[in-house]
Write a protein that binds this ligand. Structure first.
Ligand code: NDP
Length: 240
């Protein structure tokens, strides 16, 4: 039987690459997204992958969305918590709203998805949860106290939930990408980006498919003994 995988923020960037990779590996893949219908329609047209729209930072909407996916597609075996946003600014300029919104979506989204899907995985005795953290959650980053805190929180969340899932066949792992060539990084001003790339030993930005490959491994049968870990995929920029 094909396992069902849901990728939050799966319609663009890294999430889209993860969807395509998991589909190629034999999963029935569903993408979730927030509001960009054009990207969702493009994903469907290019790959046949269906998408469901809700805000992962909204607890009730996430529970309802996952229930709908389970009814229409099947029980959810794999969750990739990839949806994320930035609201950058130094602390003295950052508003309380910018802090809350990043925590709500980037970290709260992981909690909401786990609340919706972990109990079923536990009951069925198999599951995979992969949380997309960030190099900036490991190392910190100027102008990102909200994002770095949320991503750092993802790494703690991963290790705690991994302990709860281990004896039920549910693994929980994180990937900490470095700088990857997506819309999120395209928003970084070019002079800043040049300085960032100069600090990457491999000498370039990463590609979304390079993150997807790591996710695919963590979702595979072969990775059953890997749990509570963080895989850094960052071109050597931060060796943790
Ligand atoms: P993009 O900005 O390219 O895509 C973000 C995706 O998340 C979109 O599909 C978007 O949906 C979705 N999304 C945003 N907010 C929500 C929400 N509230 N509910 C549901 N979906 C939402 O991001 P990337 O591909 O660059 O990043 C993906 C993940 O990787 C993020 O968690 C990011 O923090 C992390 N990361 C990225 C790095 C990079 O260099 N790009 C580096 C390290 C980590 P919609 O299209 O509808 O807006």
């Amino acid at each position: 039987m094909r396992r069902v995988a849901i990728v939050t923020g799966g319609t663009r960037g890294i999430g889209r690459a993860i969807c395509e990779r998991l589909k190629a590996d034999g999963f029935t893949v569903i993408a979730n997204y927030a509001g960009n219908d054009a990207a969702a329609n493009q994903l469907k047209a290019d790959t046949g992958i269906a998408s469901y729209k809700w805000d992962v930072g909204d607890h009730e909407a996430t529970l309802a969305g996952c229930t709908r996916v389970a009814q229409e597609v099947g029980p959810i075996d794999v969750v990739v918590n990839n949806a994320g946003i930035t609201r950058d600014g130094t602390l003295h300029r950052m508003s309380y709203d910018d802090w809350n919104e990043v925590m709500r979506i980037n970290l709260g989204g992981c909690f909401n998805m786990a609340k919706a899907c972990f109990p079923g995985m536990r009951e069925r005795g198999w599951g995979r949860i992969v949380n997309i953290g960030s190099i900036n959650g490991q190392a910190g980053q100027y102008g990102q106290v909200n994002y770095a805190a949320a991503k750092s929180g993802i790494h703690g969340f991963t290790k705690a939930l991994a302990q709860e899932g281990a004896k039920f066949g549910v693994t929980v792992n994180a990937i900490a990408p470095g700088y990857i060539d997506t819309d999120m990084v395209a928003a970084v001003p070019p002079p800043v980006l040049e300085k960032i790339v100069a600090k990457i030993p491999v000498g370039r930005l990463g590609q979304a498919h390079e993150i997807a490959r790591g996710v695919a491994f963590l979702c595979s049968e072969d990775a059953g003994f890997v749990t509570g870990s963080t895989m850094s995929i960052n071109g050597g920029q931060h060796m943790y």
